[in-house]
Design a protein around this ligand. Structure first.
Ligand SMILES: [Zn+2]
Ligand SMILES: [Zn+2]
Length: 272
């Protein structure tokens, strides 16, 4: 019996003797099946030729990503907080070196994940570190490996400890979530966003899409909902889902100007 992992999205599945017939997350219009067909691996095989890289993205914020790049290529963020460490987003590979690095920083109290593309091996991580997982209930059907550790939350916000708050923005996924970290950016606040608010190559801007690989945009209502839900929160920085995909200052203004630019592009409205 194995917990098979989808090579294209990195999602770990429940135990089975044969690989699952397909990956629902990759069959969805927001992802894709590789042109060579559906492929599977296991944690053991992945660990044989991949390792994790650890790099500080900010004080108290350790990036953890896999090399060579695997699946969607995101990096998780270990946020060190006085009330307990928080793992924001997740990756498929958990190995001995990673366990040692995380334990040296005080382990993990809880995990939260922005959206199903990054669910990866979350249950494996949670089991190992005896952590709880917070996922928005609207994305419940995308959880492939079930666990009693997963707590589905509903509504717009979920306050945690040390002022950390999960915020449901929707957009890319109905349950799309960002994390507000009030102590981030030297107390000016930071948002950890995955690709719910995605930091683009020009890091003065962000963007918002239903699908990034298939280039499906979001409409005005979805963009307004994102803007409205983050409005009450102060933040000067955004940490996106990939290495160095961060807005390093004036991030709230960056979101506002990005939303205006986006609306102009999709509606060809010059004055917004
Ligand atoms: Zn997949
Ligand atoms: Zn995504």
């Amino acid at each position: 019996m194995e917990h098979f992992i989808c090579v294209q999205c990195g999602t770990q599945f429940p135990e089975s003797t044969q690989p699952p017939p397909l990956c629902p997350i990759c069959e969805d219009e927001r992802q894709f099946v590789h042109y060579s067909g559906q492929r599977w691996t296991t944690l053991e095989r992945l660990a044989a030729n991949h390792h994790n890289r650890f790099e500080r993205e900010a004080p108290e914020l350790l990036g953890i990503g896999t090399e060579p790049e695997f699946a969607i290529g995101q990096r998780a963020l270990l946020l060190q907080s006085p009330g307990g460490n928080f793992l924001w987003d997740c990756i498929s590979l958990l190995d001995e070196k990673t366990i040692a690095e995380v334990n040296a920083r005080g382990g993990i109290r809880a995990i939260a994940i922005s959206h199903p593309h990054f669910y990866s091996s979350m249950v494996k991580w949670a089991d190992h570190f005896d952590a709880q997982i917070f996922l928005h209930g609207a994305d419940r059907k995308w959880v492939m490996r079930k666990s009693a550790r997963i707590q589905f939350w509903e509504g717009t916000t979920l306050p945690l400890w040390d002022g950390l708050i999960l915020i449901n923005c929707g957009g890319h996924f109905e349950g799309g979530t960002v994390l507000h970290w009030p102590a981030g950016a030297n107390g000016k606040g930071a948002l950890l966003t995955g690709d719910i608010i995605t930091v683009v190559q020009d890091r003065r801007y962000v963007s918002f899409m239903r699908s990034y690989p298939n280039l499906i945009p979001l409409g005005a209502a979805a963009i307004h909902r994102i803007l409205e839900t983050i409005k009450p929160f102060s933040f000067d920085q955004i940490y996106g889902g990939w290495w160095k995909a961060n807005v390093s200052s004036d991030a709230k203004a960056a979101v506002a100007r990005s939303a205006k630019r986006y609306m102009r592009a999709i509606y060809r409205v010059e004055k917004l």
